[in-house]
Ligand binder design. Structure first.
Ligand code: NDP
Length: 485
């Protein structure tokens, strides 16, 4: 199979594609067919050293440019990304299996948003002046140095851009390692940044499995690590980064609650539940997979949900009419199938779907369980697939306690027409990102990240700047220096 804009080698280092066939081969598999559509090689130790040396070598000169100059390059990259949205979206669909209907409006476009937003912000980054009588202090907002980005497989273009844009705006350089499941898209981000004028070495991409990520995280020449991945991987990466006292951002998993009160506008609540469970075939970290529905409206909600799910167009993800695609890999499909089996075995009521589709590729039906209880496995563990658990409730205080009774704290949502209740519930959620009468929006202007086990730090918005820069205080004495002897 051929596909457009195919990267020409495994790694992008020092402003060009680099290959080292000594690295373990990694097949690139198209999830819609299971066909091998490409091959990359995992980074060898020599490639890891080359990438980090390239990033280190470029960092001082990149940081010495004015913010306006750096920002101009990022904004130019945003423009190129938008111009090439079609081909990047096709590639994203080959990498992940997500429908073109989604990738054409979410992936390269949100990557471009981040490049534009942080490109615009680069020139505004300043320290402050603090007067102390006649003396004074000024602060300099400085880059951290070399940042490592490690990505999950669900949003490869977006993750590579969300980490790269603020890092580069602040004057850092980056080595990014995509998930080995989706190795292609980050290479295009590197290529576009270089074409936009980023000097060689400013943004590098190397391939590999977890061992390459681990080697990057523990490397002494790395100043910051930003991971998007699961909580177990986050624990390992955080610990390894701590050993080197490195800065970290951890964007990890979730098991987020969505509460639908009896006064909710049902059609919108169903839309929110669909967006929060079945977009990207459910492979979204912030998904609201525990849907608490008030018993008064539960059957109406389930009926309407089933009717709407029946209109999903499941098929070839490159067809713009397709609205629901395959799982990213055979492994992920099997994990999700095992959760569906557990749901049935533990007594949840299967309301919709539940089966693998009889066709090539890793297709599962959108799946809904009702009568789920808090102790069931499907209500406690992150499934990362198209499986919605609907739980009953009657009382606000009770449902809030149950919603927060989880180690995760990434996102949470509430559907109600009661204004006071909406804000009371949002304030009570133990989660980094909350939604009132909507679900799963992630604009670059808003901080995004988790509390509890779901993460450390924030991506996007002005907040990301604090996680990719550090303050230096400079004391200035205008008079004589007094000393005790
Ligand atoms: P994983 O945690 O399995 O992997 C994430 C990345 O870390 C991959 O690139 C992986 O490499 C790498 N990695 C694995 N082990 C190590 C290690 N010891 N040291 C350094 N790097 C390592 O996550 P998935 O790719 O399976 O993605 C799904 C998870 O990501 C879900 O839990 C989901 O919730 C979370 N996620 C969180 C988001 C957020 O913003 N909060 C957004 C999207 C997803 P490789 O894959 O090659 O093994």
């Amino acid at each position: 199979m051929t596909y457009p804009t195919q990267p020409t080698a495994s790694h992008f280092i020092g402003g060009r594609y680099v290959e080292d066939t000594d690295g373990t081969p990694i097949d690139v598999i198209y999830p819609a067919t299971g066909a091998v559509i490409g091959k990359v090689h995992s980074a060898t130790p020599a490639i890891i050293e080359q990438a980090l040396a390239s990033a280190r070598g470029a960092q001082a000169a990149w940081a010495a440019m004015t913010g306006t100059e750096r920002g101009r390059i990022l904004r130019r990259a945003a423009d190129i990304m938008r111009e090439r949205n079609h081909e990047l979206s096709v590639l994203e669909t080959y990498d992940t299996g997500k429908p073109y209907q989604e990738t054409s409006v979410v992936d390269a476009t949100s990557g471009a948003d981040a490049l534009e937003y942080f490109g615009g912000m680069a020139a505004t980054l300043t320290g402050e002046h603090i007067q102390l009588g006649e003396d004074w202090i000024y602060t300099r907002r400085e880059a951290l140095g070399v940042c490592v980005g490690i990505g999950a497989w669900n949003y490869p273009t977006q993750i590579a851009s969300w980490k790269g844009a603020p890092a580069l705006a602040c004057g850092n350089t980056m080595v990014f390692k995509p998930s080995e499941t989706t190795p292609l898209c980050a290479l295009k981000v590197a290529e576009i940044l270089h074409e936009a004028g980023a000097p060689a070495g400013v943004y590098n991409v190397i391939q590999g499995l977890g061992d390459v990520g681990a080697a990057l995280v523990s490397h002494p020449d790395v100043d910051k690590v930003s991971l998007t991945g699961s909580v177990p991987t986050g624990r390992k990466v955080y610990a390894a980064a701590a050993a080197g006292i490195k800065h970290v951002t951890m964007e990890l998993g979730g098991k987020s609650p969505m509460i639908v009160f009896e006064d909710a506008e049902i059609e919108n609540a169903v839309s929110g539940a669909i967006l929060g469970n079945f977009y990207s075939s459910g492979q979204v970290c912030s998904n609201g997979t525990r849907v608490f529905v008030h018993t008064d409206i539960k059957e109406a909600f389930l009926t309407r949900l089933s009717e709407r799910l029946a209109t999903a167009v499941i098929g070839d993800p490159q067809d713009p009419e397709t609205s629901f695609g395959p799982m990213v890999s055979a492994r992920q499909m099997e994990i999700v199938q095992s959760y569906i089996a557990k749901g049935v075995a533990e007594g949840a009521r299967l309301v919709y779907g539940g089966k693998r589709l009889d066709r090539d590729g890793y297709y599962l039906e959108p799946t809904v369980f009702a009568d789920v209880t808090d102790d069931m496995t499907i209500a406690r563990e992150e499934i990362f697939g198209p499986v919605m658990a609907v739980l009953d409730f009657e009382d606000e205080a009770d449902v809030m306690a149950r919603a927060n009774d989880t180690e995760f704290g990434l996102a949470a949502g509430v559907f109600t027409r009661d204004l006071s209740r909406a804000h009371r519930v949002a304030a009570g959620f133990e989660a980094g990102t909350c939604y009132i009468n909507t679900y799963n929006d992630a604009p670059v202007e808003a901080p995004f990240g988790g509390s509890k086990q779901s993460g450390v730090g924030r991506e996007n918005s002005k907040a990301a700047i604090h996680h990719y820069s550090q303050l230096k205080s400079v004391y200035v004495r205008m008079g004589d220096v007094e000393a005790p002897f």
